[in-house]
Design a binder for this molecule. Sequence first.
Ligand code: NAD
Length: 440
Amino acid sequence: MGEHPNPFKRNVRTPAIYQEPTPHLDKDNPFQDMMERLDYAAELLNLDEGLYEYLRSSSRIHITSVPVVMDDGSIKVFTGYRVIHNEVLGPSKGGIRYAPDVHLDEVKALAAWMAWKCAIVGVPFGGAKGGITCDPSSMSAGELERLTRRYTANLMDVFGPDKDIPAPDMNTNEQIMAWLLDTYSMHVRRTETAVVTGKPLLIGGSEGRREATGRGVMTTTLAAMERLGLRPAECTVAVQGFGNVGSVAAQLLREQGCSIVAVSDVSGGYHNADGIDIEAAMAYADAHGRSLAGFEGAEPITNTELLALDVDVLAPCAKENQLTGANAADVKAKIVVEGANGPTTPEADTILDEKGVLVIPDILANAGGVTVSYFEWVQDRQGYFWSEDRVNRRLDRMMRAAFDKVYDASEKYDTSMRIGAYVIAIEKVAGALKLRGIYA
Ligand code: NAD
């Protein structure tokens, strides 16, 4: 991509908070990175300036103080966010993240990515994201429950099955979604299962939801291998991040015959040229507080070394900004499949593009999660639940179709799959916006 003039940046009239990155966060700012890709795709499509301004703006930003009585009786006030990027295609949808470094620009970027993701896989949702700046690892279950319930109560007017539907993201899980469901239901005086997805099966969750994102990573990787003429049984894979997305992606790619030669988590990397026993690694992490520290089925390496391994597929499934201008040149993989959101900076994109690496972008590769969230929402509203087999077959079909659409767009515009994905998303959301018109 590199430097390019951006004719759209003139005449921006919307208040800056909705459109611009926070100045002091310009470096490695995910909102800035998202905008750069959006700008580029908008130029390719010669998008109308007004439509472009609409697409680059967050529609609504909610920032709320979340007071919690801690176990020792003290009161702590946390900052909670919910950003609705837009609702052009339907009610907004997006996860909630708990982490010490959650900040507004991150949530804004993640909300926009949700809007593009939904458009690419063809689910009738707009994009949203939420977050609370907190350190969940230092909080008790009771403190997390009170935090979740108060955050939900503060945002009662925002959430709703026809309005805005949250889901889990980093450091939030089924239990947290169950508390959110319960709090919302208490306020509306009825059990409203469709207000949240990623919840436990017992209270309206879907079969296959927990594995959905990793499964989508597997499906899109197989599709990319096919395009490159690679056979799964002859491919080696390195996976960064061994949480919900990374561990399932590793497990399913292994089931397809790939050899998973390295995995990692925040404790470091683990390498075994003969292939890691992924079931054993998952069992070890489960038994050790979801950490691989001390896992003996592989040699320790650093996360930096993992990214530079001589493998066929590299799957960054941990967090943002892992492949940067500083390390992208060292990548030896033929395919990079982005299980995480925003793992590759625009600078790294250019380098990987020049090296001929096929990057399956986040807004396609990890869209399996929102696809099965959509299935969950549909099942809750119908009161009729599908088998795991039906969920997986429908997911595979939608991910495969989305991959083909994005790949074809990248060929048509002679660009990367990332820009191809943005092109598909922009065409769809801008097309819908034109039909709806601007309400005055
Ligand atoms: P998770 O909390 O279950 O797992 C994250 C994993 O990454 C953990 O193993 C953690 O130790 C590891 N990690 C954290 N920092 C690291 C670092 N610096 N180096 C190496 N490993 C590190 O989270 P998750 O749900 O698997 O989400 C991972 C990524 O996938 C996030 O970017 C998230 O936004 C994205 N994502 C998740 C879903 C979903 O359904 N869970 C859907 C779409 C996208």
